[in-house]
Design a protein around this ligand. Structure first.
Ligand SMILES: Nc1ncnc2c1ncn2[C@@H]1O[C@H](COP(=O)(O)OP(=O)(O)OP(=O)(O)O)[C@@H](O)[C@H]1O
Ligand SMILES: [Mg+2]
Length: 509
């Protein structure tokens, strides 16, 4: 029998007029869109646009209020994620939701135990299967290790590998690269390409538009819970996608840079060492400059920041604030001195997801930890409110649990909280991870405003474009040492990459 063109071209998944409300929020408003087998469909939208909510509905984690899902031509409603798996729909969640106390192998194989030929708890099979799938990322992960002992990038890989095992016809990736290195991301794109060739329908969510443009066939844009448009990647410009996402022209993305700073030194670090992470790190942070820190993951950037703030111990070295040597033994000491740190790992260390926004803001670490020296609570709360407004944090009630906010909005709350104590020095580790383009701009503007007000800001980032666009001076780390710094016109992606790979500044290599 001849199969008609139309049937071959039938979408694998049709989302029709789907709506979903939470108390106080209409997260999805009559969304209609399609996914075809063998395509990678990008899904873009600002923080809180409804992307994750829609994906959870498709993959059985949430129930829609109204509308239809047609999968392989039939109407479906999955009662649970497991129900969706069994029908061939898998998801890699934005927020890692594995079991931290179990081993890597147990986490990876959890959903596919029934495929194990020898029965339920055959550990050898689990180890072998986990190793085989992890090898696609070419990383050295011990499959017997407890998951919580892994870095976030490795935990993310585990989450991805777990979904790859499911044999899906539709696979959803919700911000999969937010915690991955560039190398690991490339491996993921190669895997996605293979899946596409096997006729799997893929939905790919990312705030990194470059990734969407390099890896997707089409892109669907959501705004405020509504479907805006679907476009062929090859026919569209990045600018158009951004404008559709935010509903206006973005204008200049980065604030104007400072004209070289010879102002007073705010923070001095001398010969700071904590082997094997980093050794002999020395630098000055001047008033009026945004100091960027670049380098590959694991090059010692985060570890240096954590030592400065008393989150990790230092072996030797000194830290001076406004000329006075500090003796910081804990993060509490650091906050008392006015030095705060935005963690790159908000889920593990940053926020209490089960607590309300108010409680996170008022009862959380800073106020409690900083004790007597610090600020009164009401000022802290007032400040947080102000920064939440400045950063346009999207929530319905302040009594909402932080865990119900979209990923990007959680990050903004964390930044607002950090600034609420009126710090002198702010160290931001990957501040715009998971943040949409419009909000990124708000964060950059805020950083520039802080610096103009005399606050010292250090930005650690793996996003080279961000470092180049935002920072007045850039220090580059390589394998635990500082390779040097770049200013003005020397701040280029290529110079940074050279230094990050260990080639000295000014070398002709
Ligand atoms: N369980 C929940 N309870 C209450 N509100 C929720 C819940 N989950 C999501 N929301 C709200 O629904 C809206 C859409 O959130 P969603 O997580 O889908 O956004 P998103 O597009 O994935 O954003 P991001 O890019 O920041 O991840 C937000 O306003 C969010 O606060
Ligand atoms: Mg999301």
């Amino acid at each position: 029998m001849e199969v008609s063109e139309d049937l071959l071209n039938e979408p694998i998944l049709k989302i029709q007029n789907v709506s979903k409300s939470f108390p106080g929020t209409k997260a999805l408003d009559d969304v209609t869109m399609d996914l075809y087998g063998g395509e990678v469909l990008g899904l873009c939208g600002e923080n809180g646009a409804g992307k994750s909510t829609l994906m959870k509905i498709i993959s059985g984690g949430l129930q829609k209020d109204s509308g239809k899902l047609l999968y392989k031509g039939e109407e479906v409603a999955f009662s649970s994620p497991r129900d969706a798996h069994l029908n061939g729909i898998g998801i890699v969640h934005q927020e890692i939701i594995n079991c931290p106390e179990l081993s890597v192998a147990e986490n990876i194989c959890m959903s596919v135990m029934d495929k194990n030929p020898k029965g339920f708890l055959d550990y050898n099979w689990m180890y072998k299967t986990a190793e085989e799938y992890l090898s696609r990322f070419n990383v050295e992960i011990n499959v017997k290790e407890k998951l919580s002992n892994l870095s976030i990038s490795y935990q993310q890989i585990v989450e991805i590998v777990k979904a790859l095992l499911l044999d899906c016809s539709v696979l959803i990736f919700d911000e999969p690269t937010a915690a991955l290195t560039e190398d690991e991301s490339e491996k993921l794109f190669a895997i996605i390409d293979e899946l596409r060739k096997n006729n799997i329908g893929i939905i790919y969510i990312s705030h990194r538009l470059e990734e969407v443009f390099n890896n997707c066939d089409r892109v669907t844009i959501l705004r405020d819970g509504q479907f805006i448009d679907t476009l062929n990647i090859k026919d569209v410009e990045v600018k158009t996608v951004i404008n559709k996402m935010i509903g206006r022209e973005l204008g200049d993305f980065y604030p104007e840079k400072a004209a070289g700073s010879d102002e007073e030194v705010l923070l001095s670090v001398r010969e700071l060492t904590n082997k094997p992470s980093f050794a002999n790190v020395s630098f000055d942070l001047r008033k009026g400059e945004i100091l960027g820190v670049s380098g590959l993951m694991g090059s010692g950037r985060t570890e240096t920041a954590r030592s400065i703030c008393g989150l990790d111990r230092k072996q030797t070295g000194s830290v001076f604030l406004e000329g006075k040597e500090l003796s910081i033994k804990s993060y509490k000491d650091s906050i008392s001195e006015g030095i705060v740190y935005l963690t790159e790992n908000r889920k593990k260390e940053g926020l209490f997801l089960e607590m309300s926004i108010t409680d996170n803001v008022s009862a959380m670490s800073l106020g409690e930890m900083s004790g007597k020296i610090l600020m009164n609570k009401s000022l802290e709360i007032e400040n947080t409110d102000r920064y939440c407004k400045e950063l346009s944090v999207k929530y319905s009630e302040k009594t909402d649990k932080v865990g119900t906010l979209s990923g990007g909005n959680q990050q903004k709350i964390l930044i607002a909280k950090l600034l609420s104590v009126s710090p002198k020095i702010v160290i931001l580790d990957e501040p715009t991870r998971g943040i949409d383009v419009g909000s990124k701009k708000e964060i950059y503007t805020l950083i520039r405003a802080l610096v103009d007000r005399g606050v010292g800001v250090i930005v650690i980032s793996s996003d080279l474009e961000e470092i180049v666009g935002l920072c007045d001076r850039v220090m580059v780390f390589h394998e635990g040492t500082m390779m040097g710094d770049l200013t003005d016109k020397d701040i280029t992606e290529s110079n940074i990459m050279h230094m990050a790979s260990g080639i000295a500044k000014g070398s002709n290599l």
